[in-house]
Design a protein around this ligand. Structure first.
Ligand code: TRP
Ligand code: SF4
Length: 403
């Protein structure tokens, strides 16, 4: 892994709790497709996360997993550039979750905003469970086990990445101090060769005496290039530079995905719970029917009544799909009653159909070849496990679990 994508590692997960729709496509998948070109990406089906809320109707999870993977592939997520896998097929996540739970203060979990929010919002479910309280930490384990640098998430998940950073820091602080730490760092510096060792010491000085953060970045790159330094030595020297303990776990950064502007058929955000979605596999006739019957400005009772695009859900779709020319035509035609609502909707219908057509075609190809989809997921799980196992070995060793 690595090599090709020098910008770092990206990890993200999605819960399998139903069909994917245009909101997922515009809000998440297009972003993944673009990230996979510049980062080492790990994208996984968060089936254990789905269980934290859907433990009583867990059937929906298995029913959604494969369709979700097919939708990812259909949307252009490329198994040649990203590792795709299912969380529960990498049980290492669970071990790291358990080990991290030992050092996670209860208050940190109780304070995560989504804990109380979701309990309020999903009142029909009993979420006073151990698993639900711990799910942000499970997410932390998902992230830390791959040493992910960047985590693309929506606004609602930023607090989880922040918690993950705090856990990583706490872990490194408690377990990153080894006996003979300085001597080990000195020995590692010598392994870099004279020239690089001198450069490293200069950067160390620049950071420690002047707080020069750029020096840390340069040193990080320098360490990354050292072929004859083991990963553990690289991490030791990075930790040495930053003055803390050895960096065993990497602090990730949230990569805030701009809030999806994808409106649903009623003008609210597109979401399964509002029943206002167009799914990625929606048959073209159904797409047409849904758009034709979606509400418009109620003032336009008759074709001759002028309307106001600003209060019309169709206008929001024009904002996503239409050119300036089309939008001018809508404004003019709507406010003067020059066009009817069906006329107005036609360009949207055309755009959505054109957008979904190639996607649905690819989905059909994958549907017809489940063996290929399984192979992609198996390969992804294997690659993921190799990375996860290496992290766990370091974590176990740092915690003294070596016998
Ligand atoms: N919790 C995320 C959600 O509900 C899904 C998720 C699980 C995730 N683990 C993750 C996202 C790790 C980013 C990184 O949408
Ligand atoms: Fe909405 Fe278009 Fe009808 Fe105006 S013409 S009310 S913008 S659908």
């Amino acid at each position: 892994m690595g090599g090709l994508h020098t910008q770092g590692r990206v990890l993200s997960g999605m819960r399998p709790t139903g069909q994917l729709h245009l909101g997922h496509y515009h809000g998440v998948l297009k972003n993944w497709v673009s990230l996979q070109q510049t980062f080492d990406c790990f994208f996984f089906v968060a089936d254990w996360h789905a269980l934290t809320t859907h433990y009583e109707d867990s059937g929906i999870i298995a029913a959604s997993v494969w369709d979700m993977v097919i939708d990812w592939l259909a949307a252009g997520v490329n198994p040649g550039s990203a590792q795709l896998f299912i969380q529960s097929q990498v049980p290492e996540h669970a071990e790291l979750h358990l080990l991290l739970s030992m050092v996670t203060p209860l208050g940190w979990l109780e304070r995560v905003p989504s804990y109380k929010d979701q309990q309020e919002r999903l009142r029909e479910r009993d979420l006073a469970t151990y698993g639900f309280l711990g799910y942000p930490l499970l997410q932390g384990a998902d992230i830390l086990i791959y040493g992910a640098d960047k985590v693309p998430v929506g606004e609602d998940q930023v607090a989880h990445v922040e918690l993950t950073r705090e856990i990583a820091r706490r872990f490194n602080h408690i377990y990153g101090r080894e006996d003979g730490y300085e001597a080990a760092a000195e020995a590692a510096i010598k392994k870099m060769g004279k020239k690089n060792a001198r450069l490293y010491r200069q950067l160390l000085k620049r950071y420690q005496e002047q707080g020069d953060h750029e020096a840390v970045e340069v040193a990080r790159a320098l360490l990354g290039e050292q072929q004859n330094l083991a990963i553990s030595d690289q991490e030791r020297l990075l930790g040495f530079l930053e003055g803390g303990g050895r960096m065993i776990l990497t602090e990730p950064e949230a990569l805030l995905t701009p809030a999806s502007k994808m409106p649903g058929l009623d003008g609210q955000k597109m979401s399964k719970s509002y029943n206002n979605t167009i799914s990625l596999r929606e048959p073209p006739v159904a797409v047409q029917e849904k758009l034709r019957t979606m509400p418009t400005d109620p003032a336009r009772v008759r074709r001759t009544d002028p309307g106001n695009p600003d209060i019309c859900p169709v206008w929001q779709l024009h904002a996503v799909y239409s050119s300036d020319e089309v939008r001018d035509w809508v404004r003019e035609g709507c406010t003067s009653a020059g066009i009817g609502c069906l006329d107005c909707k036609q360009p949207i219908i055309d755009s959505v159909l054109a957008e979904l057509q190639p996607l649905q075609e690819r989905a059909r190809e994958f549907e017809a070849d489940p063996g290929r989809v399984r192979a992609i997921i198996n390969d992804g799980a294997e690659a993921a496990r190799a990375v996860a196992r290496a992290t766990l070995e370091e974590v176990r060793a740092a915690m003294g679990l070596i016998y």
